[in-house]
Design a protein around this ligand. Structure first.
Ligand code: 13P
Length: 239
């Protein structure tokens, strides 16, 4: 929950100016709901896509305060984050609810960015792969492997988000490879094409080493995306 109308404008316009080339990496900006119209207004006609940070599992009805996937589509969102660890931890989102949100997003034509990742306690007790497997399995069991043909998976170890403590490239690669293997067990082609991005204290200093890993296909950037130069350096590391 960062940014205001004016500071967003500077960031979005700076991005639009800087990322115009065809050889740039694919960039998606996921903004808080009130700024979707601003993102649409500034980024329309650019190579940048935009999206939201959460979506309701419901299509419409008496769910005051929630935002439906079709409402996001009204603002030409192409992507939406589902199951961010802060939604899971602070708002009690279960694997089942996240899977429903994933499906609601796809039904409205959006590409969900499914966040998975373990807490520090889970990592220290050797349960990282079990937790990530369970979180991804909830989507696979509800909707089948085919849905991952139009999705992004973000591996975000909770202990690395906003803490300045990044997973090592080897830790990220291990989790990403496990995610891809889990998908490959259902469909090898979809697994090979699946974009699996890493999130958690990605900075200009560590982005290249993370993105160099075989199964790390990009990043989900939080804090560093609020500083234009830092974010652009990270984007360059992803090309
Ligand atoms: P940081 O890059 O600040 O760790 O945040 C990652 C993230 O989860 C963004 O939502």
């Amino acid at each position: 929950m960062h940014g205001r109308l004016e500071s967003n404008r500077a960031l979005l316009e700076g991005l639009r100016l800087a990322i115009g080339q065809e050889d740039a990496c694919e960039v998606v900006v996921c903004v808080p709901f009130p700024y979707l119209a601003q993102a649409q207004s500034v980024l329309t006609g650019s190579v940048l896509a935009w999206g939201a940070q959460d979506v309701s599992a419901h299509n419409e009805g008496a769910y005051t305060g929630e935002v439906a996937a079709a409402m996001l589509a009204d603002f030409a969102c192409r992507f939406v984050i589902v199951g961010h660890s802060e939604r899971r931890a602070l708002h009690g989102e279960t694997d089942a609810v996240v899977a429903e949100k994933f499906c609601a997003a796809q039904a409205a034509g959006l590409t969900p960015i499914l966040c998975v990742g373990e807490t520090l306690a889970e990592r220290e007790s050797g349960r990282t792969m079990e937790v990530v497997h369970r979180q991804l399995a909830a989507v696979l069991e509800l909707a089948g492997v085919a849905v991952l043909a139009r999705a992004v998976v973000a591996y975000e170890p909770v202990w690395a988000i906003g803490t300045g403590r990044t997973a090592t490239p080897e830790q990220a690669q291990e989790a990403h490879a496990a995610i891809r293997a889990q998908v490959a067990a259902g469909n090898a082609e979809i697994a090979a094409d699946l974009r699996i991005v890493y999130g958690g204290s990605v900075k200009p200093q560590n982005a290249a080493a993370l993105f160099a890993q075989a199964d790390v296909d990009g990043g989900l950037i939080g804090g560093a995306s609020l500083v234009l130069e830092d974010f652009l350096t990270i984007c360059q590391a992803a090309v």
